[in-house]
Design a protein around this ligand. Sequence first.
Ligand SMILES: [Zn+2]
Length: 212
Amino acid sequence: MSWDTDWDRLEQSSCACGNGSVVRREYSESDDWNRSRGGYYGQKIQCDDCEKKYKIEGVTKYYNAPPWKSDGIIYTEYLVPLNMTLNLDIKEERLYLNLDERIVSSFEKEQLNEIVDDMIANKYSTRLKLSDSRYVVGMYESTHKKRGLPKIIELLQGCVSRYESYQWNPLRMKERNEEERLRIEANARIIEDVISKSYKLNFKQVKEVDDI
Ligand SMILES: [Zn+2]
């Protein structure tokens, strides 16, 4: 399967000082399956002064767009001072936890014991008294597509007996999420500050010599 170029065109923006320019190429290509992809390449600062002070960096912003609009992505490029960067991580780092790890990260050991007691006493998932118990059944069901209590009780008893060996309990998880939130906020503030010291490029398509 090969990709065919639909277009590949030159774009130009003024530079920060106004005496030169910045260029890039935008391309779009598609294949026999009607898939398409595209992007930019060949960014270059064509100004002696700005080249000594800046580099080109891009920021991708995602937003919620209605389905009939575009795909909700805006890509903006800037001339960024050489000693700064916009490439800071502002995505929450995802934790990939197994079901037992997620259960331990959500409940104190004492709560797990209460859930086990509830399940043993009431025997059926439809008769459970505690909302925590029903929540655990839901977690189990979304992973295993079953909701029989004996297996869930077995799992919970394992969680209780090894509780101290788990990395994430509710307290540590709360602390971790708070640290993660602060880290992302700090990086977002730095990015805002760097953008305020950068020059936003405004590319427009330009005619190439070959076109004439
Ligand atoms: Zn310049």
